[in-house]
Structure formats: structure tokens, C-alpha cells
Design a protein around this ligand. Structure first.
Ligand code: ADP
Ligand code: MG
Length: 261
């Protein structure tokens, strides 16, 4: 059955339209980046997908079920933007506590190894660095062996080394044919770590494709040529370019004249 389906989904917070008529389908087994600036509606979309928020309009389905049902069936795991650990518990105790809540969890050692936590399994949560805490939160998200993993800006507050280890762990998990959807505002993260990039801006779908396609569309091209004696007025009216610049020639000795179109 189709993986994740958003069908004309909108979400209002009072007067704020955070998600605006979003429709998309995500096939099972894909790793998708949800890319957009702060305030674009990424977290709202993820919270809708988890059933933590209800759409103002439209419907969402995960493997043919409503989000809350899919969560109850253990199909989804999530690492949200906030969420504290219990300070006195060790990493191992924390992971074991959470995995026991699920009907078919991964083995404890497998989770610790996957999230690169084996070496610090005996350390208390209040003694962890920011990057280590994020890896524990990742471990909790995968503990129930969910088919769909949602990660909301997972590398925020991580240093370069932690980021590398984190993405390696994510790829290991995704390699088992699972669906991963991660929110980011970094084009580089979307580019390097996803099969598909969904760009949202002001709650609307702005672009959808592979990272290479998105970059090609966003980058544009520069075409330059010598106009010679031809009058340039018609050019300004006809060109499909977003901006033009004329350099040299009569009347342009002071440099280039730039025009937005
Ligand atoms: P992102 O995760 O892409 O930064 P969000 O989904 O958090 O974006 O927010 C989308 C929009 O909705 C923003 O304009 C934000 O200010 C607004 N918003 C988010 N949560 C709430 C809320 N609980 N109440 C009111 N407005 C909110
Ligand atoms: Mg957010």
C-alpha cells in the first residue's frame, strides 16, 4: 500500500496558515528531506504526520491508516525538535525502558550499536554532550523498529564529528527498506542525505525532486552575448530572464545597467 499521503492538507494556528494545501505522496523505502527556512511549516507537517496535530483541512494517511492509528501500531518513530531525557538514567537504561514499550522492538545491543552508543552505554543522561544526547534521542526513535522514521532538524546543536556519526546511523537504519523523512533548513544536508527533496516555503510545496533537480532549478543560468548595433529595447520586453544587465556601448560608459524583470 502507498506509504505516506498528504491530500490537500492545511493547518491554521488561529490566523497563521502554517501549512497551505499540501499534497504529496512518499513511497515506502525512500529517504526524503523536507527542506525549508525557519517558519516554513516543516515541524507542523511532521506533527500532523504523527497525529499530534489535526489538519484544519485535508487528510493524511500512513500505509492506509490515519496517523494516530499508525503510531499506535508502532509504525512510526520520531525525533522531534525538543524532548528531554531522564537525567539519572544511564544511556542503556533509557533505551531499554523505551524499547520495552513496543511490541516488536529492536534488540538492545542492536539499538546501541546502530546509534553509536555502545561505548557510552553506562553513562548517565545528565553527563552527555549535546551530540551524544541527540544520538540517544535517535536511539529512542528507532527503538520500536518503526517502518517510518521522522526526524525534525536532527543535527541542530551537533558539531561536525557528531553530524557525520549521526548521518551514518540514519543511513544504516534507512538501508533496511525503511522510510525516513527528515526536516532541515540546510540544502547541503538535503543534498547529501536524501533520495528526494521536498521544498516548502510559507506552508506551500515549492519544489519536489532529487537534490540535483532542485539545485538545477534554483541555480539558473547566465547567457551573455554581444548585441552589436541592434536596439536593445525589444530585448527588455521579450526576454524570459529574471534579470538582465547591459554593459558598454553608447550611453553605458559608466558600467553595466541592471534591470529586474
Ligand atoms: P518550521 O518547522 O519550518 O520552522 P513551523 O511548522 O514550526 O515551521 O511553523 C510554521 C508557522 O506556524 C510559523 O509561522 C510559526 O510561527 C507558526 N506556528 C508554529 N507553531 C505555532 C503555534 N503553536 N501557534 C501559533 N503559530 C505557530
Ligand atoms: Mg521546525
Amino acid at each position: 500500500m502507498t506509504g505516506i499521503v498528504f491530500d490537500h492538507v492545511s493547518k491554521h494556528y488561529g490566523d497563521v496558515l502554517a501549512v497551505d494545501d499540501l499534497s504529496l505522496t512518499i513511497e515506502p523505502g525512500t529517504t526524503v528531506a523536507l527542506l525549508g527556512p525557519n517558519g516554513a511549516g516543516k515541524s507542523t507537517s511532521i506533527n500532523l504526520l504523527l497525529g499530534l496535530l489535526r489538519p484544519s483541512r485535508g487528510t493524511i494517511a500512513v500505509h492506509g491508516r490515519a496517523p494516530a492509528r499508525a503510531v499506535a501500531a508502532g509504525e512510526m518513530g520520531a525525533m522531534l525538535q525538543d524532548g528531554a531525557l531522564i537525567p539519572e538514567l544511564t544511556v542503556k537504561e533509557t533505551v531499554d525502558l523505551v524499547r520495552k514499550l513496543y511490541p516488536g522492538p529492536l534488540a538492545l545491543d542492536e539499538i546501541l550499536s546502530l546509534a553509536d552508543l555502545t561505548e557510552i552505554a553506562g553513562r548517565r543522561a545528565n553527563k552527555l554532550s549535546g551530540g551524544q544526547t541527540q544520538r540517544v534521542r535517535f536511539a529512542l526513535a528507532v527503538a520500536g523498529a518503526p517502518r517510518v522514521l521522522l526526524l525534525d532538524e536532527p543535527t541542530a546543536a551537533m558539531d561536525v564529528e557528531s553530524r557525520l556519526r549521526f548521518w551514518a546511523a540514519m543511513h544504516d537504519y534507512a538501508a533496511g527498506g525503511r522510510t525516513v523523512l527528515f526536516a532541515t533548513h540546510y540544502l547541503e544536508e538535503a543534498d547529501e542525505h536524501s533520495d528526494r527533496v521536498i521544498v516548502i516555503a510559507r506552508g506551500r510545496l515549492a519544489a519536489d525532486g532529487t537534490a540535483a533537480q532542485i539545485k538545477a532549478d534554483a541555480g539558473g543560468h547566465t547567457v551573455s552575448f554581444t548585441l552589436g548595433a541592434q536596439p536593445s529595447a525589444a530585448l527588455d520586453r521579450r526576454t524570459p530572464a529574471t534579470a538582465s544587465r547591459r554593459c558598454g556601448g553608447p550611453g553605458h560608459r559608466a558600467g553595466c545597467r541592471r534591470q529586474r524583470q
